[in-house]
Ligand binder design. Structure first.
Ligand code: FDA
Length: 511
């Protein structure tokens, strides 16, 4: 009858029930769509045309999680693991080619256990960054965790792909601060740092989510911060030459500031009716206002920063501010806010862009662009440059001045213009080629971009699947450079049957 679940759903349902896992939702259940949509960040992948899972499982324990993996395998369903659901390409809750699948959603595995004495924490992968910051900041005003700024990003996917934030110039990525991890493998076994192969412990810290197994929890190093830190967000407006001048100068200043300083910049495509452009700066200084003023007025007088634009707050309050929230309690809210349709791409810059070219870039952004396009420039240098490029899979270290994130977003009312907006973003990316890293043109795996290439598992069987390693290198080397080969070896050790795969996962070598 029309009310009985489809066979794949019935199969996994009876397997889960027979092993005592009761918290899951099938397509016939009223809870299914709200649950599936609950952490879909990019509405492009919530459209009805996108294939839906046979079930969404919500493990409440590590044991449930192991059983969910085994039941998915028993019923020949592909596995998609979701922590915060912020994958730019929706890879945590979709499959290619309508391959039947199950979503294992870790949102109930969100416990954060802080040990202020040793300045460490065990964090379950389903915790959001906001939940981590809340637990860490309330345990001790002078402890922090180095990760990104959006509070609803999941610990699982974020740490798996690196995790860059306002503390990274001082303390590195989230992945650089992982001390141990609990990995559930394709056979349902539990591995920790002591029992997994060293290549696997290396791979899970920045080699991207979805390739290795399910990381159930991470043990992380917490980092020391002062009682009060200085924060600011300032906007500047003016003709293209003025804004290009600030952007040009920023490239020399931000990557070489002392490690205690973070200064990023965001430039939207919109220019005002009088032709003015705008740009905003986000700043964090691990020290008092007077230090911030002394250094920034000297190194970046063009910014014209005024002391009145700065405030001194605790690190936890700074996390509230940079997440765009109002109160400390808001950090634990999982409300995704207003959903949007979006597409992003990334680049890296090793040599500063000239003033002339900066003006060209601003002019490109102002002409015939979509309503909401932008670039975000994140400064590297400091600890990012001191950590070796093979210590973790994340290779963009010494010599990288900053990353560029290109973004375009639109609303539901514009959904039929999606191709036009994505097309604009691609043409902007093509235009930028002369100004960014080459051979390969680098990209950040947490800013996942399927334009760089995709696996074709449907056609990669037997002998030809060996060839898929060579194919995957074409984007894998852009995310990981020379680390790609070691990632393939780690994959071959931990998941030779390629149970954990997605459109850009690391392929195993077949013997
Ligand atoms: P999601 O659940 O979608 O997972 C992403 C990938 O990891 C998927 O392939 C998934 O299967 C896999 N995965 C998830 N949990 C896993 C687990 N426990 N074990 C194994 N694999 C797992 N990045 C950054 O570095 N700094 C920043 O400041 C930001 N800011 C930011 C803001 C916003 C609004 C968005 C949408 C994204 C960012 N990002 C970011 C990028 C973000 O780090 C990236 O999208 C992460 O992969 C998201 O992790 P989630 O767990 O939320 O995603």
């Amino acid at each position: 009858s029309s009310s009985s679940p489809p066979p794949a759903a019935a199969g996994i349902s009876s397997c889960l029930l027979s092993t005592g896992v009761t918290n899951f939702s099938l397509p016939t259940s009223p809870s299914y769509t709200p649950l599936l949509d609950s952490s879909i960040r990019n509405l492009r992948f919530a459209l009805p045309s996108v294939g839906k899972p046979a079930a969404v499982v919500l493990p409440s324990t590590k044991r449930d999680l192991q059983r969910a993996v085994l039941c998915a395998r028993n019923t020949s369903l592909a596995i998609r693991v979701r922590s915060g659901g912020h994958s730019y390409e929706g890879l945590s809750y979709t499959t290619e080619n309508h391959v039947p699948f199950v979503v294992i959603d870790l949102s109930n595995l969100n416990h954060v256990d802080v040990d202020p004495g040793t300045a460490t924490a065990w964090v379950e992968s389903g915790a959001t960054l906001g939940e981590v910051y809340h637990a860490v900041g309330l345990s001790n005003r002078t402890l922090a965790f180095s990760a990104g700024s959006c509070a609803t990003v999941g610990m699982g996917g974020h740490t798996a792909g690196g995790g860059f934030g306002l503390l990274s110039r001082k303390f590195g990525l989230s992945a650089d601060n992982v001390l141990d991890a609990v990995l559930i493998t394709a056979s349902g076994d539990t591995l920790t740092r002591d029992t997994m192969h060293p290549d696997v412990f290396w791979a899970i810290r920045g080699g991207g989510g979805g390739s290795w197994g399910v990381v159930y929890a991470w043990k992380v190093r917490l980092v020391p911060v002062p009682d009060n830190i200085t924060v600011f967000s300032v906007g500047r407006t003016g003709p293209a030459e003025l804004i290009a001048g600030l952007m040009h100068r920023w490239q020399y200043v931000a990557p070489s500031l002392p490690d205690e300083f973070y200064l990023s910049t965001y430039i939207p495509t919109v220019s005002s009716s009088n032709g003015n452009h705008s740009m905003s700066f986000t700043g964090q200084v691990l020290g008092p206002k007077r230090l911030a003023m002394a250094v920034l007025s000297q190194t970046f007088p063009e910014l014209g920063l005024a002391e009145a634009e700065l405030s001194e707050v605790s690190w936890l309050e700074s996390a509230v501010k940079f997440a765009g929230l109002s109160t400390v309690a808001d950090l634990t809210s999982r409300q995704p806010g207003v959903g949007q349709f979006s597409k992003s791409k990334s680049d890296y810059v090793q040599a500063p862009i000239s003033m002339r070219d900066a003006v060209k870039i601003l002019r490109f952004m102002a002409t015939a662009g979509p309503p909401e396009g932008s670039i975000q420039l994140d400064p590297y240098g400091g600890a990012m440059a001191r950590i070796g490029s093979t210590v973790t899979p994340f290779p963009h270290r010494a010599g990288y001045l900053y990353s560029i994130q290109y973004g375009v977003s639109w609303k539901a009312s514009d959904v039929d213009r999606a191709d036009e907006y994505i097309g604009w973003l691609r043409s902007f990316y093509a235009f930028m080629a002369p100004y960014v890293t080459k051979n390969p043109r680098a990209a950040y795996v947490n800013y996942l971009d399927l334009d760089l290439g995709t696996n074709d598992w449907m056609n990669a069987t037997g002998g030809t699947s060996y060839g898929s390693v060579g194919h995957a290198a074409s984007w894998g080397e852009r995310y990981f450079f020379m680390n790609f080969g070691r990632l393939v070896r780690a994959k071959t050790k931990v998941d030779p049957g390629n149970v954990f795969n997605n459109a850009q996962s690391i392929p195993p070598l077949y013997s």
